[in-house]
Ligand binder design. Structure first.
Ligand SMILES: Nc1ncnc2c1ncn2[C@@H]1O[C@H](COP(=O)(O)OP(=O)(O)O)[C@@H](O)[C@H]1O
Ligand SMILES: [Mg+2]
Length: 253
């Protein structure tokens, strides 16, 4: 039985707009399971980012509950949320948001010190190990502007997991990448998941969705469909693509 790591109950998010309200998330009930690679698909504007922000405590839901580790994120104060985000969660975005005057190594290592739980030697060793795993060890003394977009995103992934987050959130992590870099980044995320990293990714990239062990479909602020898949294997990508495309068609993708 898979353990629930995060759940949402009757989750709503509305924005004030032109004197009225736009209801972006409409009474969502959702469980995210440990060690899954959960991917939320949906058209542009369907509320994927809004959902990710609400589930990860980057933004407050309007109503409902988001439960993690027995606590409701919707009720938390900003200070407590900030601690949760930096301690238990990791984040990857379309834009890498690396610090431009730090080297790749420093970009990865710095958040490792944030919670003051690990020794300098420990953090440095883990940063080097991650830089190797991400294939960017040789350019670790470069600054972000001196490496490719793909290398920047690989650095951002290393930074996102340096503190061993319980759940890694990703919002369109391949959105700014070419095809080759997209595959590399997805391979690295797949590899992290194989090693036990729980991932929640939102995307409208079918190539990214193929990596899911569980796929959800968001439309009009509701989860309208779901599919579970066996672990991703590169050799079987073609048949997986056919299966996922058939499911997406049934969602009127
Ligand atoms: N801060 C905001 N204020 C007003 N409307 C917003 C805000 N953020 C998102 N929206 C609206 O919510 C809807 C969903 O946006 P978003 O979650 O970014 O969708 P997706 O990530 O699926 O493309 C869009 O119609 C968007 O305009
Ligand atoms: Mg989005």
């Amino acid at each position: 039985m898979s353990q629930t790591i995060l759940s949402a109950h009757d989750l709503c998010k509305s924005f004030a707009h032109n004197g009225g309200q736009v209801h972006v998330l409409n009474h969502i009930d959702l469980e995210i399971y440990e060690k899954d690679f959960t991917v939320v698909m949906g058209a542009s504007g369907s509320g994927k980012s809004t959902l990710l922000y609400a589930l990860s405590g980057m933004d407050k839901a309007t109503s409902g509950q988001v439960l993690f580790d027995g606590k409701d994120l919707v009720k938390m104060k900003e200070k407590e949320l900030a601690k949760l985000r930096s301690h238990d969660f990791g984040f990857i975005f379309q834009q890498m948001h690396l610090i431009s005057n730090l080297t790749l190594f420093e970009n990865v290592a710095v958040p490792g010190y944030l919670n003051n739980e690990r020794s300098t030697a420990d953090v440095k060793a883990r940063a080097d190990e991650l830089l190797k795993q991400m294939g960017i060890f040789d350019v670790k003394t470069h600054r972000p502007s001196q490496v490719s977009g793909g290398e920047q995103q690989r650095c951002a992934i290393a930074r996102a997991v340096i503190h061993l987050p319980k759940l890694l959130f990703a919002d369109e992590p391949t959105g700014a990448l070419n095809r080759k870099n997209t595959v590399e980044v997805l391979d690295l995320m797949t590899d992290l998941n194989r090693k036990g990293q729980s991932i929640l990714m939102v995307t409208h990239d079918v190539r990214a969705a193929l990596r899911a062990s569980r796929l959800l479909y968001l439309e009009d602020g509701k989860v309208i469909g779901e599919m579970t898949l066996p672990p991703y294997e590169k050799e079987e990508e073609k048949s997986r693509e056919t299966q996922v495309n058939a499911w997406l068609s049934s969602m009127k993708w």
